[in-house]
Design a protein around this ligand. Structure first.
Ligand SMILES: NC(=O)c1ccc[n+]([C@@H]2O[C@H](COP(=O)([O-])OP(=O)(O)OC[C@H]3O[C@@H](n4cnc5c(N)ncnc54)[C@H](OP(=O)(O)O)[C@@H]3O)[C@@H](O)[C@H]2O)c1
Length: 327
């Protein structure tokens, strides 16, 4: 494993491969996740030197945090623990954004209970809530920082303008956004319009301000592992069945690009998964690549990508394929 520190989090030793915990636990919404296997995956991640763990109340509708809390018993101090706030849901599990003062405080109190800890190392605002003034959200964040219940604040899926506006009210240390080889400046996630372009806007912003950049869906939900083909289908119990980019002609075009990347991985002597993750890790703006995994062998494989170095030739070959395909 390799580690990075960033000026905005000077005391944190952050593994370049992080663990995105959305798929932890039965009922996560990711096909066949299983509690015992999820706990073993968390332990394997720690054993492989992964320090950055990313979860959220909404993942598995409390399931991810509850499972992670169980798995971290006695090992909490070995990791940098990040959760989120601001996504609530109703009885039918339809989500809505709420970053009001009360909602932020209540979210964090709930997360601390489920995770079995007295503080989060990082609290991230999950999606912008344009109905709540930033000043109100910032008031809750300042209270949580003062009380020591959170160590730092981050945003995810924010525009540059809103990130900077919030940073004028409270220190913003991290940015988490959708970024992988095939989605470098994409405009949507699961049909939700995005208010940022990751490579063009956010990476330079993070470098300039000394903030951590945390790419999510680094494997394009598994597509960049090279395991899928044009006929792959996702079950109705799999969150990926709700991603329009993984269906129809658009999906087939992405699969064709992965097929063009395969020989580059072969030539470099690495797997497709390692090609995709090492391509992210080598970027100076990228701090911790938030890989999802639901089995110990997957997180061990992902962790090993931290030590893969890609040559200039390989990076040029990748660039050519992406540019030829307008990606
Ligand atoms: N801030 C946000 O709005 C936001 C949004 C989405 C995600 N996230 C964060 O980002 C994390 C990761 O994103 P993600 O889960 O969407 O996508 P991802 O990391 O791109 O893909 C995860 C999937 O790839 C497959 N996989 C992972 N490692 C593998 C390996 N070594 N070999 C073969 N297959 C492998 C697994 O698929 P199978 O299940 O098919 O085995 C796994 O479920 C989430 O857990 C969450 O923490 C944040």
């Amino acid at each position: 494993m390799k580690y990075k520190t960033v000026p905005a989090l000077p005391d944190a030793r952050i593994s370049t491969i992080g663990f995105g915990c959305w798929s932890l636990g039965a009922g996560s919404g990711w096909r066949d996740s299983d509690d015992a296997e999820s706990i073993a995956t968390v332990h394997k991640a720690i054993d492989c030197g992964v320090t950055f763990f990313d979860t959220a109340p909404v993942y598995g509708f409390h399931g991810s945090e509850t499972l992670l809390g169980k798995a971290l018993a006695g090992r909490r101090d070995q990791i940098f623990l990040a959760s989120k706030c601001g996504l609530l849901w109703d009885d039918s599990r339809t989500t809505r954004r709420d970053l009001s003062y009360q909602a932020v405080i209540a979210d964090v109190e709930g997360s601390l209970g489920r995770l079995g800890t007295d503080h989060l190392d990082l609290l991230q605002l999950h999606w912008p809530d344009h109905a709540t003034p930033l000043e109100e959200t910032a008031r809750a964040l300042r209270r949580l920082l003062d009380e020591g219940k959170i160590g730092a604040v981050g945003v995810t899926n924010y525009s540059v303008a809103d990130t900077l506006a919030l940073a004028r009210l409270v220190p913003v240390s991290t940015y988490q956004g959708l970024y992988n080889m095939l989605e470098r400046n994409t405009d949507s996630y699961h049909a939700i319009p995005l208010e940022y372009q990751a490579e063009r806007e956010i990476l330079p912003l993070c470098l300039e301000r000394g903030m951590a950049f945390l790419p999510y869906s680094p494997l394009f939900q598994g597509l960049l592992t090279g395991r899928f083909n044009a006929d792959s289908k996702f079950g109705s119990n799999d969150i990926r069945s709700a991603n329009p980019k993984l269906a129809g002609d658009g999906y087939r075009r992405y699969v064709a690009v992965v097929d063009e990347l395969r020989p580059i991985a072969r030539e470099a002597g690495v797997s497709m998964t390692h090609l995709a993750l090492a391509w992210l890790c080598r970027n100076p703006a990228v701090t911790s690549v938030l890989c999802g995994a639901h089995r110990p062998d997957q997180i061990a494989d992902n962790a090993a990508a931290a030590d893969v170095e890609l040559s200039e030739t390989t990076l040029n070959d990748i660039r050519e394929v992406l540019e030829t395909n307008n990606l």
